[in-house]
Design a protein around this ligand. Structure first.
Ligand code: AMP
Ligand code: GLY
Length: 435
């Protein structure tokens, strides 16, 4: 069997989880991570190139004769890494720059949804502050104000008062606190209901929908406090009926990919719509054009099929030849974060207990903000410590026969891990079990 040399771009828990899964493929040869983290060094080789240094990545891929590249974060996709690789005849999985607009331009994605009659919040796009204010004056509160471009998850403001509307529009359009990401704003109707994540593998025409999942984006329990990259995920969701799942598949995912195709902008890669389940049915809050994080840490625990078979089939437009299978189990991930995240936090705290946690059945610990640090010790000489190196540090993932069992297992494993200031939410999956 021909082994493939693989490059995985990114440095988070998502990248560790994809590497973990890919490494189980009989076709996986050497795996490289750019730039990776301390966890990914157990699977492959980290190289010191950032996800956005596309020219350097191309040079590396040519030099090392990499067979397949997986570009996982949003920014290289928005920079057109897929187009750049294809121009050089290099094999890469992901959407083109034009197709990735579904994620990096909210103005593009909202106009796309309107054109193709996809269910989403009512909205208008503005570039001018006075016109935006005049529009919001006629609308009821709360109202949602979004910088159109990529803003590290901080570009969405739910304004409760006219004053907050004014401040948000001034920050984005006048003070440009999000830079060019705020050249346009999307102002939209406030929706309510449970929020869920869906993902689909797409070869442009055919697609395969993942089980549904749910992230927990707020830092605090009971969904209070600041937004984060995500503090924990569960899948599949016990409260999503098979009818609702079919609706999401047929009315949202299939229609989105059909719309992209008919616009001459076919979408290959991972389509990840974030949905709100309103009383009027599921509505699209946003599209992402990539694997979610921490969703992927949970999903990879459930995926049975060889990920390389699926990715290769997507690139070759043959996804209909592959049967994508998921374990008939539940999975969850609890994120262990640095104290202070998503605000300021300290780095370099020694992490202990991961081997003990991973000795438990059904547990895998994925790394995000971690690194190995060399220290001089008078007793032991030079030694290496595993230390914290980011806001989200580790993802403790578990599988179980149902969601309660998976969650109980994950929280047992969390108890074995420690670093100074370690913070995690104790209520991941709680609401889903109560719904
Ligand atoms: P987005 O980046 O568009 O997904 O927005 C970030 C978060 O803001 C979402 O996860 C929701 O919690 C919230 N949000 C976005 N749009 C709306 C909306 N129209 N109504 C209510 N909440 C929203
Ligand atoms: N889990 C949120 C994201 O990946 O955007």
């Amino acid at each position: 069997m021909q082994k493939q040399k693989i490059l995985i771009i990114g440095s988070g828990g998502r990248e560790h989880a994809i590497g973990w899964k890919v490494s189980q493929s009989p076709r996986a040869g050497e795996i490289y991570f750019a730039p990776g983290n301390a966890g990914t060094t157990k699977i492959g080789t980290n190289i010191a190139i950032k996800a956005t240094e596309i020219d350097k990545l191309i040079e590396f891929v040519k030099r090392e004769k990499i067979d397949l590249t997986l570009a996982l974060p949003d920014d290289p996709l928005a920079l057109g890494i897929v187009d750049a690789f294809r121009t050089e005849n290099l094999r890469i999985f992901g959407p083109t720059k034009s197709a990735a607009q579904l994620e990096y331009s909210k103005a593009f994605s909202k106009n796309f949804m309107k054109k193709h009659n996809l269910p989403t919040a009512r909205f208008k796009v503005f570039t001018n502050f006075d016109e935006a204010i005049r529009y919001t004056d006629m609308e009821t509160l709360p109202i949602v104000i979004k910088a159109s471009g990529l803003a590290l998850g901080k570009g969405v403001i739910i304004a409760q008062t006219r004053k907050e509307v004014h401040l948000a529009l001034e920050d984005i359009l006048v003070k440009k606190v999000f830079g060019e990401a705020g050249n346009e704003v999307v102002i939209e109707e406030f929706l309510t209901g449970p929020e869920i994540s869906t993902h689909a593998f797409s070869d442009g025409i055919n697609f395969s929908l993942f089980p549904t999942s749910q992230d927990h984006k707020k830092i605090g329990e009971n969904d209070e406090g600041l937004n984060t990259g995500g503090m924990g995920t569960i899948a599949p969701l016990p409260f999503v009926s098979s009818e609702l799942y079919e609706d999401i598949k047929n009315k949202i995912v299939a229609e989105t990919l059909k719309g992209m195709e008919s616009d001459g902008n076919i979408f290959e890669g991972i389509l990840y719509p974030g949905l709100m389940l309103t009383t009027a049915g599921p509505k699209i809050l946003e599209y992402n054009a990539r694997f979610g994080d921490p969703e992927t840490q949970t999903y990879m625990r459930l995926l049975e099929t060889d990920l390389l078979d699926i990715v290769d089939a997507c690139i070759d437009h043959k996804l209909s030849d592959v049967k994508v299978k998921w374990k008939d189990m539940s999975a969850c991930t609890i994120i262990l974060a640095s104290g202070g995240y998503p605000g300021n936090y300290e780095k370099g705290k020694i992490i202990s207990g991961i081997p003990e946690a991973e000795q438990m059945p059904n547990i895998v610990v994925f790394h995000a903000g971690t690194k190995m640090e060399e220290v001089e010790d008078s007793e032991h000489g030079r030694m290496e410590n595993l230390v914290t190196n980011g806001g989200r540090v580790l993802g403790v993932s578990a599988i179980g026969e149902n969601l309660s069992v998976a969650l109980a297992t994950a929280y047992e494993a969390v108890k074995k891990i420690n670093f100074e200031g370690m913070y995690y939410r104790k209520d991941i999956g709680k609401k889903a079990l109560e719904l």
